[in-house]
Design a binder for this molecule. Structure first.
Ligand code: GDP
Ligand code: IMO
Ligand code: MG
Length: 424
């Protein structure tokens, strides 16, 4: 089996968790390589709903090796809570099936406060972060004053690093009346989580390379979405990691040729949580999703997601940069009752047609969508199990989506359950 990466092509919450879960059946190793517990990946299987934040979705299958790679930023307390919640749901998590990179940077309690402080400071220009401390942790990593798990495991090292870091942290927090931190306070707050995680922490690079050399099937689980990527996203309304397929290489320590297949996940429409441009956003469609269908509420923060029509300007760019070999189109069933469906094929910016997203910040405010309108199918697709069983208009919609994205479709989701996946 080829090694695959599953990446989100929009602004996150495309259904990556479900697609990863589906592909895990034929994988041996599942790796997370970036992001942190800002992610919320939902898997519905065997009548149970699981939400994964830091742990690869592969943990739900027996005998799969799950790895949290060096590129992830890890909140120890959050991770222990996640482990306990999954264990309460009957998931077995042991040293054998969950390995955590000792090089992963740690989300410290003060990073969450710094995240809050930054958002307060931005006022109405705030990013709308998940407040999980992601930006400040990646900033400290880039700034070379962050702590990695290996540092935290050694109290003497952690103490020295915290003593150097805390004065500036406390100064920043004092300005917005947020709590002050002490070295002892932090270490005692984290100690139980650190001890719980210690047996899982190791150098994951040899583990991954052994699996790679042995020809085991490796599956990378992307987090967030391509337009939240620090380089390619709608900057500054992005997250702080490389969410594209390229990020998986530096975030895991495996070489580029270890990835043979790129599965790009997109919804049959578009959603976004937090602030930032969204050209095809549509209030009526958002209301319909929230009030009529009762869906599109965030898995991590519970916030209502902004909803709109499919934007193939975004999709084409995502597919191109990520090297998507197969599209996984999820939530097709969300369109089942629509009379007609709009699909954005280009942007109009100052009277000119654009087929790629702009880099200039203000151009996003001047862009308007150019739509094509397709007929709906007004039939439930939830029970469809094959491409041929999909209504003709649903097939036509998907074919147009693939054509505009210049990428073939490999999977179609017609419901949240593991079983509601059509292989094309
Ligand atoms: P992720 O962050 O990309 O893993 O996506 P989330 O789990 O945050 O959000 C996707 C939502 O869509 C979740 O509630 C999933 O259960 C749901 N979902 C995924 N695929 C489908 C689908 O094909 N149809 C429906 N109705 N729901 C889906
Ligand atoms: P999954 O993996 C959707 C968004 C936040 C905010 C911006 C920056 O479930 O698809 P951050 O806390 O990362 O600094 O917030 O990014 N965001 C997500 N939106 N799904 C996610 O993850 C997200 N992770 C971050 O809402 O707009
Ligand atoms: Mg999500």
């Amino acid at each position: 089996m080829p090694n695959s990466i599953v990446v989100g092509l929009q602004w996150g919450d495309e259904g990556k968790g479900k697609v990863v879960d589906f592909l895990t059946e034929t994988a041996d190793v599942v790796v997370r390589a970036q992001g942190g517990n800002n992610a919320g990946h939902t898997v519905i299987a065997n009548g149970e709903k699981y939400i994964l934040h830091l742990i690869p979705s592969g943990i739900l299958w027996e005998d799969k090796q799950c790895v949290i790679g060096n590129g992830v930023v890890l909140d120890p307390v959050g991770l222990v809570q996640e482990i306990e919640k999954l264990e309460a749901q009957g998931v077995v998590i042991g040293e054998k099936n969950l390995a955590i990179s000792n090089r992963a940077h740690v989300v410290m309690p003060y990073h969450k406060e710094l995240d809050e402080a930054r958002e307060i400071g931005l006022g109405d220009k705030k990013i709308g972060t998940t407040k999980r401390g992601i930006g400040p942790t990646y900033s400290d990593k880039a700034n070379r004053n962050g702590l990695r798990l290996i540092d935290l495991l050694d109290t003497a090292v952690a103490t020295e690093l915290l003593e150097a870091r805390l004065p500036e942290v406390n100064e920043t927090l004092a300005k917005v009346n947020l709590p002050q931190f002490t070295v002892e306070g932090i270490l005692s707050e984290l100690a139980p989580a650190v001890e719980r995680l210690r047996p899982h922490v190791s150098d994951t690079i040899p583990v991954l390379h052994q699996a790679y050399k042995a020809g085991e099937t490796i599956l990378f689980e992307g987090a967030q979405g391509f337009f939240l990527d620090i380089d390619f996203g709608t900057f500054p309304f992005v997250t702080s990691s490389s969410t594209s397929s390229g990020g998986a290489v530096s975030g895991s320590g495996l070489p580029p040729q270890a990835i043979n297949q790129v599965v790009g996940v997109c919804k049959a429409y578009t959603t976004r949580v937090g602030s930032g441009p969204f050209i095809t956003e549509n209030d009526d469609f958002s209301d319909y999703m929230h009030n009529t269908l009762g869906r599109e509420f965030g898995a991590t923060t519970g916030r209502a997601r902004r909803c709109g029509w499919l934007d193939t300007v975004l999709l084409k760019f995502s597919c191109m940069i990520n090297g998507v070999t197969h599209l996984a189109v999820t939530n097709l069933d969300g369109m089942d009752e629509r009379e007609t469906i709009d699909i954005c094929v280009a942007y109009d910016i100052d009277g000119e047609r654009h087929e790629y997203p702009p880099a200039e910040r203000d151009a996003w405010n001047r862009a308007t969508p150019i739509y094509e309108t397709l007929p709906g199918w007004k039939t439930s697709t939830e029970e469809c199990t094959t491409w041929d069983s999909l209504p003709a208009n649903a097939q036509a919609y998907l074919n147009r989506l693939a054509e505009l994205s210049e990428t073939k479709i490999g999977f179609v989701g017609v419901g949240p359950d593991r079983e509601q996946t059509i292989r094309v």
